[in-house]
Design a protein around this ligand. Structure first.
Ligand SMILES: Cc1cc2nc3c(=O)[nH]c(=O)nc-3n(C[C@H](O)[C@H](O)[C@H](O)COP(=O)(O)OP(=O)(O)OC[C@H]3O[C@@H](n4cnc5c(N)ncnc54)[C@H](O)[C@@H]3O)c2cc1C
Length: 372
Protein backbone atom coordinates (compact mmCIF):
# COMPACT_ATOMS: atom_id res chain seq x y z
CA UNK A 1 0.00 0.00 0.00
CA UNK A 2 1.42 3.50 -0.86
CA UNK A 3 2.54 5.59 2.12
CA UNK A 4 -0.10 7.92 3.47
CA UNK A 5 0.57 11.67 3.25
CA UNK A 6 -1.44 12.36 6.39
CA UNK A 7 -4.10 10.96 8.70
CA UNK A 8 -6.48 13.69 7.55
CA UNK A 9 -6.37 15.99 4.50
CA UNK A 10 -8.36 19.21 4.95
CA UNK A 11 -9.41 20.73 1.61
CA UNK A 12 -9.70 24.51 1.89
CA UNK A 13 -7.83 26.87 4.21
CA UNK A 14 -10.57 29.35 5.04
CA UNK A 15 -11.66 30.08 8.59
CA UNK A 16 -13.53 26.75 8.67
CA UNK A 17 -10.72 24.56 7.29
CA UNK A 18 -8.06 26.25 9.44
CA UNK A 19 -10.14 25.92 12.63
CA UNK A 20 -10.68 22.22 11.86
CA UNK A 21 -6.98 21.70 11.08
CA UNK A 22 -6.00 23.24 14.42
CA UNK A 23 -8.48 21.16 16.39
CA UNK A 24 -7.42 17.91 14.71
CA UNK A 25 -3.68 18.62 15.00
CA UNK A 26 -4.11 19.59 18.66
CA UNK A 27 -5.76 16.18 19.20
CA UNK A 28 -2.71 14.45 17.76
CA UNK A 29 -3.79 13.84 14.15
CA UNK A 30 -1.28 14.16 11.31
CA UNK A 31 -3.01 16.88 9.27
CA UNK A 32 -2.32 18.18 5.76
CA UNK A 33 -4.23 21.27 4.62
CA UNK A 34 -4.37 22.12 0.91
CA UNK A 35 -5.70 25.28 -0.69
CA UNK A 36 -5.85 26.17 -4.37
CA UNK A 37 -4.67 29.67 -3.44
CA UNK A 38 -3.42 30.34 0.11
CA UNK A 39 -4.88 30.37 3.62
CA UNK A 40 -7.61 32.94 4.11
CA UNK A 41 -7.98 33.93 0.44
CA UNK A 42 -11.66 32.97 0.09
CA UNK A 43 -14.78 34.37 1.74
CA UNK A 44 -12.95 34.57 5.05
CA UNK A 45 -10.86 37.55 3.91
CA UNK A 46 -14.00 39.66 3.45
CA UNK A 47 -15.85 38.51 6.56
CA UNK A 48 -17.13 41.16 8.95
CA UNK A 49 -16.62 38.88 11.95
CA UNK A 50 -19.93 39.49 13.72
CA UNK A 51 -20.93 36.64 16.04
CA UNK A 52 -24.65 37.32 16.48
CA UNK A 53 -26.85 34.22 16.73
CA UNK A 54 -29.88 36.17 18.00
CA UNK A 55 -29.82 38.38 14.90
CA UNK A 56 -28.76 35.79 12.32
CA UNK A 57 -30.93 33.06 13.83
CA UNK A 58 -34.00 35.25 14.25
CA UNK A 59 -36.02 33.16 11.77
CA UNK A 60 -34.31 29.79 12.32
CA UNK A 61 -34.33 27.99 15.67
CA UNK A 62 -31.74 25.52 14.32
CA UNK A 63 -29.32 28.26 13.24
CA UNK A 64 -29.84 30.05 16.54
CA UNK A 65 -29.12 26.83 18.45
CA UNK A 66 -25.88 25.97 16.63
CA UNK A 67 -24.83 29.62 16.64
CA UNK A 68 -25.27 29.89 20.40
CA UNK A 69 -23.32 26.65 20.94
CA UNK A 70 -20.47 27.95 18.82
CA UNK A 71 -20.48 31.41 20.42
CA UNK A 72 -20.16 29.77 23.83
CA UNK A 73 -17.07 27.89 22.60
CA UNK A 74 -15.40 31.07 21.27
CA UNK A 75 -13.48 32.49 24.26
CA UNK A 76 -11.72 29.21 25.02
CA UNK A 77 -11.15 28.38 21.35
CA UNK A 78 -9.57 31.78 20.62
CA UNK A 79 -7.42 31.50 23.76
CA UNK A 80 -6.11 28.08 22.64
CA UNK A 81 -5.42 29.35 19.11
CA UNK A 82 -3.64 32.48 20.37
CA UNK A 83 -1.53 30.44 22.81
CA UNK A 84 -0.54 27.90 20.16
CA UNK A 85 0.06 30.42 17.37
CA UNK A 86 1.70 33.19 19.38
CA UNK A 87 -0.34 35.67 17.32
CA UNK A 88 -2.86 38.24 18.55
CA UNK A 89 -6.52 37.93 17.54
CA UNK A 90 -9.00 40.68 18.32
CA UNK A 91 -12.09 39.15 19.95
CA UNK A 92 -14.52 41.63 21.47
CA UNK A 93 -17.63 41.04 23.52
CA UNK A 94 -19.25 44.47 23.48
CA UNK A 95 -22.44 43.21 21.83
CA UNK A 96 -24.57 44.45 18.95
CA UNK A 97 -26.70 47.58 18.78
CA UNK A 98 -29.59 47.21 16.31
CA UNK A 99 -30.72 50.66 15.24
CA UNK A 100 -34.34 51.75 14.68
CA UNK A 101 -34.75 54.54 12.14
CA UNK A 102 -38.57 54.63 11.91
CA UNK A 103 -41.76 53.42 13.60
CA UNK A 104 -41.65 50.05 11.88
CA UNK A 105 -38.13 49.41 13.21
CA UNK A 106 -39.17 50.50 16.70
CA UNK A 107 -42.06 48.03 16.67
CA UNK A 108 -39.94 45.19 15.30
CA UNK A 109 -37.03 45.71 17.71
CA UNK A 110 -39.24 46.23 20.76
CA UNK A 111 -40.96 42.96 19.84
CA UNK A 112 -37.53 41.26 19.65
CA UNK A 113 -36.57 42.79 22.99
CA UNK A 114 -39.71 41.38 24.65
CA UNK A 115 -39.11 37.92 23.15
CA UNK A 116 -35.47 37.93 24.30
CA UNK A 117 -36.48 39.01 27.81
CA UNK A 118 -39.13 36.28 27.95
CA UNK A 119 -36.42 33.77 27.03
CA UNK A 120 -34.13 35.14 29.75
CA UNK A 121 -31.64 36.69 27.28
CA UNK A 122 -30.17 39.95 28.62
CA UNK A 123 -30.95 42.94 26.40
CA UNK A 124 -31.60 46.66 26.66
CA UNK A 125 -33.98 48.78 24.61
CA UNK A 126 -32.97 52.44 24.61
CA UNK A 127 -34.42 55.59 23.04
CA UNK A 128 -32.64 57.51 20.28
CA UNK A 129 -31.02 60.10 22.51
CA UNK A 130 -29.52 57.47 24.81
CA UNK A 131 -28.25 55.52 21.80
CA UNK A 132 -26.60 58.69 20.44
CA UNK A 133 -24.97 59.34 23.80
CA UNK A 134 -23.51 55.86 23.59
CA UNK A 135 -22.64 56.13 19.89
CA UNK A 136 -22.18 59.79 18.87
CA UNK A 137 -21.56 59.04 15.17
CA UNK A 138 -25.23 57.93 14.77
CA UNK A 139 -27.70 60.13 12.89
CA UNK A 140 -29.69 62.59 15.01
CA UNK A 141 -32.96 61.17 13.68
CA UNK A 142 -32.56 57.60 14.92
CA UNK A 143 -35.50 56.40 17.02
CA UNK A 144 -33.93 53.86 19.34
CA UNK A 145 -31.64 50.86 19.63
CA UNK A 146 -31.62 47.32 20.96
CA UNK A 147 -28.42 46.23 22.70
CA UNK A 148 -27.73 42.47 22.90
CA UNK A 149 -24.58 42.21 25.02
CA UNK A 150 -23.89 38.49 24.48
CA UNK A 151 -22.97 39.08 20.84
CA UNK A 152 -19.30 39.36 19.94
CA UNK A 153 -16.88 40.05 17.08
CA UNK A 154 -13.71 38.36 15.89
CA UNK A 155 -11.22 39.74 13.36
CA UNK A 156 -11.62 36.95 10.82
CA UNK A 157 -8.49 37.44 8.66
CA UNK A 158 -6.34 37.51 11.83
CA UNK A 159 -8.26 34.58 13.33
CA UNK A 160 -7.88 32.51 10.15
CA UNK A 161 -4.14 33.21 9.99
CA UNK A 162 -3.78 32.37 13.68
CA UNK A 163 -5.73 29.10 13.27
CA UNK A 164 -3.41 28.14 10.40
CA UNK A 165 -0.32 29.05 12.43
CA UNK A 166 -1.67 27.22 15.48
CA UNK A 167 -2.34 24.14 13.35
CA UNK A 168 1.24 24.26 12.04
CA UNK A 169 2.57 24.72 15.59
CA UNK A 170 0.63 21.57 16.51
CA UNK A 171 2.27 19.65 13.65
CA UNK A 172 0.00 20.27 10.64
CA UNK A 173 1.35 21.04 7.18
CA UNK A 174 -0.32 23.69 5.00
CA UNK A 175 0.24 23.56 1.23
CA UNK A 176 -0.72 26.59 -0.88
CA UNK A 177 -1.50 26.45 -4.60
CA UNK A 178 -2.77 22.86 -4.57
CA UNK A 179 -6.13 22.51 -6.29
CA UNK A 180 -8.24 19.44 -5.56
CA UNK A 181 -10.16 17.95 -8.48
CA UNK A 182 -11.84 14.91 -6.89
CA UNK A 183 -11.67 11.85 -4.68
CA UNK A 184 -11.56 8.09 -4.89
CA UNK A 185 -11.48 5.40 -2.25
CA UNK A 186 -8.90 2.76 -1.51
CA UNK A 187 -8.94 0.09 1.20
CA UNK A 188 -9.17 1.88 4.58
CA UNK A 189 -8.38 5.22 3.04
CA UNK A 190 -9.15 8.01 0.60
CA UNK A 191 -7.25 9.36 -2.39
CA UNK A 192 -7.46 13.11 -3.00
CA UNK A 193 -6.69 13.99 -6.61
CA UNK A 194 -4.91 17.34 -7.01
CA UNK A 195 -3.03 19.42 -9.56
CA UNK A 196 0.18 18.32 -7.81
CA UNK A 197 -0.66 14.61 -7.98
CA UNK A 198 -2.60 12.24 -5.75
CA UNK A 199 -2.57 12.57 -1.96
CA UNK A 200 -3.48 9.70 0.36
CA UNK A 201 -4.94 9.79 3.85
CA UNK A 202 -7.21 7.81 6.12
CA UNK A 203 -9.83 10.56 5.89
CA UNK A 204 -10.46 13.91 4.21
CA UNK A 205 -12.53 16.95 5.19
CA UNK A 206 -14.20 19.02 2.47
CA UNK A 207 -14.01 22.66 3.65
CA UNK A 208 -13.80 24.39 0.28
CA UNK A 209 -16.54 26.96 0.97
CA UNK A 210 -18.45 28.06 -2.14
CA UNK A 211 -16.40 25.71 -4.33
CA UNK A 212 -17.39 22.56 -2.43
CA UNK A 213 -20.27 21.72 -4.78
CA UNK A 214 -17.80 21.04 -7.59
CA UNK A 215 -16.07 18.32 -5.55
CA UNK A 216 -18.72 15.60 -5.30
CA UNK A 217 -17.23 12.12 -4.92
CA UNK A 218 -18.25 9.58 -7.62
CA UNK A 219 -21.85 8.48 -7.09
CA UNK A 220 -22.79 11.44 -4.87
CA UNK A 221 -24.92 14.45 -5.72
CA UNK A 222 -23.20 17.83 -5.72
CA UNK A 223 -23.59 19.66 -2.41
CA UNK A 224 -26.14 22.39 -3.17
CA UNK A 225 -23.99 25.40 -2.31
CA UNK A 226 -24.21 28.63 -4.30
CA UNK A 227 -21.80 31.56 -4.13
CA UNK A 228 -23.40 34.72 -2.70
CA UNK A 229 -21.05 37.66 -3.15
CA UNK A 230 -20.59 40.03 -0.25
CA UNK A 231 -18.69 43.30 -0.54
CA UNK A 232 -17.27 45.04 2.50
CA UNK A 233 -15.62 48.45 2.91
CA UNK A 234 -12.81 49.08 5.38
CA UNK A 235 -12.76 52.63 6.84
CA UNK A 236 -10.30 54.10 9.32
CA UNK A 237 -11.78 56.36 12.01
CA UNK A 238 -10.36 57.58 15.32
CA UNK A 239 -9.98 54.78 17.89
CA UNK A 240 -13.17 54.60 19.97
CA UNK A 241 -15.26 56.55 17.42
CA UNK A 242 -17.60 53.53 17.28
CA UNK A 243 -17.92 51.26 20.30
CA UNK A 244 -20.42 48.57 19.29
CA UNK A 245 -21.52 46.76 16.18
CA UNK A 246 -24.13 49.15 14.75
CA UNK A 247 -26.72 47.16 12.78
CA UNK A 248 -28.96 49.25 10.55
CA UNK A 249 -31.69 48.14 8.17
CA UNK A 250 -29.40 47.70 5.16
CA UNK A 251 -25.88 48.10 6.51
CA UNK A 252 -23.82 47.22 9.55
CA UNK A 253 -20.68 48.83 11.00
CA UNK A 254 -18.12 46.76 12.90
CA UNK A 255 -15.53 48.64 15.02
CA UNK A 256 -12.00 47.46 15.90
CA UNK A 257 -9.77 48.72 18.70
CA UNK A 258 -7.47 50.67 16.33
CA UNK A 259 -10.37 52.71 14.90
CA UNK A 260 -10.92 50.53 11.84
CA UNK A 261 -14.60 50.18 10.91
CA UNK A 262 -15.83 47.45 8.56
CA UNK A 263 -18.96 48.42 6.60
CA UNK A 264 -20.94 45.48 5.26
CA UNK A 265 -22.27 44.00 3.24
CA UNK A 266 -23.81 43.48 -0.17
CA UNK A 267 -25.60 40.24 -1.01
CA UNK A 268 -25.34 39.44 -4.71
CA UNK A 269 -26.07 36.47 -6.93
CA UNK A 270 -23.26 36.89 -9.51
CA UNK A 271 -21.65 33.46 -9.66
CA UNK A 272 -17.94 33.03 -8.93
CA UNK A 273 -17.11 36.71 -9.39
CA UNK A 274 -14.97 37.94 -6.46
CA UNK A 275 -14.56 41.54 -7.66
CA UNK A 276 -15.62 44.63 -5.78
CA UNK A 277 -17.76 47.03 -7.83
CA UNK A 278 -18.39 50.77 -8.00
CA UNK A 279 -22.09 50.21 -7.32
CA UNK A 280 -21.41 47.96 -4.36
CA UNK A 281 -18.99 50.35 -2.70
CA UNK A 282 -21.19 53.38 -3.44
CA UNK A 283 -24.22 51.71 -1.87
CA UNK A 284 -22.35 50.63 1.25
CA UNK A 285 -20.86 54.08 1.81
CA UNK A 286 -24.20 55.84 1.26
CA UNK A 287 -25.97 53.53 3.72
CA UNK A 288 -23.16 53.79 6.26
CA UNK A 289 -23.18 57.60 6.24
CA UNK A 290 -26.98 57.74 6.44
CA UNK A 291 -26.80 55.60 9.58
CA UNK A 292 -23.69 57.20 11.09
CA UNK A 293 -22.95 60.62 9.50
CA UNK A 294 -20.24 61.11 12.12
CA UNK A 295 -18.04 58.81 10.05
CA UNK A 296 -18.02 61.16 7.03
CA UNK A 297 -14.40 62.11 7.69
CA UNK A 298 -13.16 58.53 8.13
CA UNK A 299 -10.43 57.45 5.70
CA UNK A 300 -11.32 54.97 2.98
CA UNK A 301 -8.81 52.09 3.26
CA UNK A 302 -10.04 49.40 0.86
CA UNK A 303 -12.98 47.35 -0.34
CA UNK A 304 -13.04 43.54 -0.26
CA UNK A 305 -15.38 40.92 -1.64
CA UNK A 306 -15.95 37.27 -0.83
CA UNK A 307 -18.29 34.48 -1.86
CA UNK A 308 -20.48 33.29 1.00
CA UNK A 309 -21.14 29.54 0.60
CA UNK A 310 -24.94 29.82 0.46
CA UNK A 311 -27.36 27.01 1.36
CA UNK A 312 -31.14 26.96 1.11
CA UNK A 313 -31.72 26.78 4.88
CA UNK A 314 -28.69 28.93 5.83
CA UNK A 315 -27.18 25.98 7.72
CA UNK A 316 -23.90 24.26 6.84
CA UNK A 317 -23.33 20.66 5.81
CA UNK A 318 -21.33 18.86 8.50
CA UNK A 319 -21.23 15.06 8.48
CA UNK A 320 -19.87 11.96 6.81
CA UNK A 321 -20.46 11.31 3.14
CA UNK A 322 -23.01 8.55 2.58
CA UNK A 323 -21.09 7.51 -0.52
CA UNK A 324 -17.43 7.81 0.47
CA UNK A 325 -17.16 7.11 4.21
CA UNK A 326 -13.63 8.53 4.45
CA UNK A 327 -14.96 11.96 3.45
CA UNK A 328 -16.46 14.42 5.94
CA UNK A 329 -18.33 17.53 4.77
CA UNK A 330 -17.69 20.85 6.54
CA UNK A 331 -18.97 23.43 4.08
CA UNK A 332 -21.92 25.68 3.24
CA UNK A 333 -21.57 28.03 6.22
CA UNK A 334 -23.22 30.88 4.27
CA UNK A 335 -23.47 34.05 6.40
CA UNK A 336 -22.08 32.50 9.58
CA UNK A 337 -18.82 30.71 8.89
CA UNK A 338 -16.92 32.79 11.42
CA UNK A 339 -19.58 32.26 14.07
CA UNK A 340 -19.78 28.51 13.44
CA UNK A 341 -16.04 27.74 13.06
CA UNK A 342 -15.34 26.54 16.64
CA UNK A 343 -18.41 24.28 16.72
CA UNK A 344 -17.62 22.94 13.24
CA UNK A 345 -14.09 22.07 14.38
CA UNK A 346 -15.44 20.28 17.42
CA UNK A 347 -18.08 18.34 15.44
CA UNK A 348 -15.59 17.23 12.78
CA UNK A 349 -13.08 16.14 15.43
CA UNK A 350 -15.78 14.14 17.22
CA UNK A 351 -16.89 12.48 13.96
CA UNK A 352 -13.32 11.48 13.14
CA UNK A 353 -13.03 10.00 16.64
CA UNK A 354 -16.12 7.88 15.97
CA UNK A 355 -18.55 9.94 18.04
CA UNK A 356 -21.65 10.87 16.03
CA UNK A 357 -23.81 11.56 19.06
CA UNK A 358 -23.66 15.35 19.24
CA UNK A 359 -27.21 16.78 19.20
CA UNK A 360 -26.15 19.46 16.69
CA UNK A 361 -25.25 16.91 14.00
CA UNK A 362 -28.84 16.15 12.86
CA UNK A 363 -29.40 19.90 12.32
CA UNK A 364 -26.48 20.12 9.89
CA UNK A 365 -26.61 16.64 8.34
CA UNK A 366 -25.60 16.59 4.64
CA UNK A 367 -28.35 14.00 4.03
CA UNK A 368 -31.00 16.74 4.26
CA UNK A 369 -29.87 17.82 0.77
CA UNK A 370 -29.94 14.38 -0.88
CA UNK A 371 -27.34 11.68 -1.45
CA UNK A 372 -24.18 13.49 -0.40
C1 LIG B 1 -18.83 40.41 3.10
C2 LIG B 1 -18.99 39.24 4.01
C3 LIG B 1 -19.30 39.44 5.35
C4 LIG B 1 -19.44 38.34 6.20
N1 LIG B 1 -19.71 38.58 7.51
C5 LIG B 1 -19.78 37.53 8.38
C6 LIG B 1 -19.98 37.75 9.75
O1 LIG B 1 -20.10 38.90 10.18
N2 LIG B 1 -20.04 36.67 10.59
C7 LIG B 1 -19.89 35.39 10.14
O2 LIG B 1 -19.94 34.46 10.93
N3 LIG B 1 -19.70 35.15 8.82
C8 LIG B 1 -19.65 36.19 7.93
N4 LIG B 1 -19.48 35.96 6.61
C9 LIG B 1 -19.49 34.58 6.12
C10 LIG B 1 -18.16 33.91 6.33
O3 LIG B 1 -17.13 34.77 5.89
C11 LIG B 1 -18.13 32.60 5.55
O4 LIG B 1 -19.19 31.77 5.95
C12 LIG B 1 -16.81 31.89 5.83
O5 LIG B 1 -15.72 32.71 5.48
C13 LIG B 1 -16.74 30.58 5.07
O6 LIG B 1 -15.50 30.02 5.39
P1 LIG B 1 -14.96 28.78 4.60
O7 LIG B 1 -13.65 28.43 5.21
O8 LIG B 1 -16.01 27.72 4.52
O9 LIG B 1 -14.81 29.31 3.10
P2 LIG B 1 -13.67 30.22 2.43
O10 LIG B 1 -13.15 31.25 3.34
O11 LIG B 1 -14.21 30.66 1.11
O12 LIG B 1 -12.50 29.18 2.20
C14 LIG B 1 -12.59 28.13 1.27
C15 LIG B 1 -11.18 27.86 0.77
O13 LIG B 1 -11.21 26.72 -0.06
C16 LIG B 1 -10.28 26.92 -1.11
N5 LIG B 1 -10.67 26.03 -2.20
C17 LIG B 1 -11.80 26.08 -2.94
N6 LIG B 1 -11.81 25.10 -3.86
C18 LIG B 1 -10.66 24.40 -3.69
C19 LIG B 1 -10.11 23.28 -4.38
N7 LIG B 1 -10.73 22.66 -5.39
N8 LIG B 1 -8.90 22.81 -3.97
C20 LIG B 1 -8.22 23.42 -2.93
N9 LIG B 1 -8.73 24.50 -2.28
C21 LIG B 1 -9.93 24.97 -2.65
C22 LIG B 1 -10.43 28.40 -1.43
O14 LIG B 1 -9.26 28.91 -2.09
C23 LIG B 1 -10.64 29.00 -0.07
O15 LIG B 1 -9.42 29.47 0.52
C24 LIG B 1 -19.30 37.03 5.71
C25 LIG B 1 -18.97 36.82 4.38
C26 LIG B 1 -18.80 37.92 3.53
C27 LIG B 1 -18.41 37.66 2.10
Amino acid sequence: MPTRDADVIVIGAGVVGCAIAFELAARGRRVLVVDMRRAGAGASRASAGILAPYVEGHHSAALRAVGLRSLALYPEFVARVVAAAGLAVEFSTSGTLEIAVDDADVGRLQHSAAALSAAGVPNTWMDGSRARTLEPTLDAGIRGALHIPVHATVHVPAFTAACAAAAVAAGAIVHDSVSVSGFSSEPDGIVVHTTQGDLRATEAVLAAGSWSGALAPPGAEAAPIRPVRGQLVHLQADPGAVGHVLWGRDVYLVPWHDGAVFVGATSEDVGFDERTTATGVQGLLASALALAPGLAGAAFVEARAGLRPGTDDSLPFIGRSAVLPGLVYACGHFRNGALLAPLTARLVAALLEGDAGDPALPLVAPSRAGRL
